[in-house]
Design a protein around this ligand. Structure first.
Ligand code: 5GP
Length: 186
């Protein structure tokens, strides 16, 4: 059986050691800020938060609770991502049940890496004729952007290193960590 070790500075998941990048308190503070900004823009519009599964479920849960007004939430499962590299084509696996026409949509993504996932999903969304679309990404890797996508709210811009925590996993582990950790240099 593998040994699970977790301190404030490090966490070991499977065979890899990760180092703290964003402590939990910093994450929560930023989520509250974005929630307040969204409240100012959407309080009277009953927005539909659309969370891209699996990674964004933690961020979406906190973000909608930082939103002070009527809102709804839906989930969509899109891509496959294995190991520590972004691979494969994005595919819709699980669709939204909600009718998006004339709704104000807030797309909630965990991390924009190449931008492929968001680019694909925004094209899909536009075809459903919503009233408006806003994109929120918890993390963004600016150096890795290969697909042009507009991200309206970004939690944190980070360097191009593999991260875990706050919904993001390494081969299934690490989603429950309240902070964000990046791969320690080899
Ligand atoms: P993109 O389509 O922008 O290249 O990649 C987006 C998806 O790849 C994210 O939703 C996430 O699931 C995954 N991803 C990208 N970078 C990382 C990372 O550093 N760590 C983890 N755990 N997943 C990542």
């Amino acid at each position: 059986m593998e040994t699970y070790t977790h301190s404030r500075d490090h966490v070991q998941l499977h065979d890899r050691l990760f180092t703290t990048l964003l402590p939990a308190e910093q994450v929560q503070e930023r989520v509250r800020e974005i929630g307040a900004e969204l409240t100012g823009l959407y309080r009277e519009k009953r927005p539909l938060f659309v969370s891209i599964l699996s990674g964004a479920f933690v961020f979406a849960a906190d973000l909608m609770r930082a939103f002070d007004g009527d809102c709804e939430v839906g989930f969509v499962k899109l891509s496959s991502y294995s190991g520590t590299r972004s691979t494969g084509d994005v595919q819709t696996v699980m669709g939204l049940q909600n009718d998006l026409r004339d709704r104000h949509i807030i797309v909630v993504e965990d991390i924009v890496d190449t931008g492929r996932t968001l680019h694909f999903f925004l094209n899909h969304l536009r075809s459903q004729q919503p009233a408006s679309i806003c994109t929120v990404a918890f993390l963004r890797k600016p150096e890795a952007a290969a697909f042009p996508v507009q991200v309206d709210f970004v939690g944190f811009d980070i360097e191009d290193r593999f991260v875990v925590g706050y919904g993001l996993d390494y081969d299934g582990l690490g989603r429950n960590l309240p902070g964000v950790y990046h791969l320690s240099a080899p």
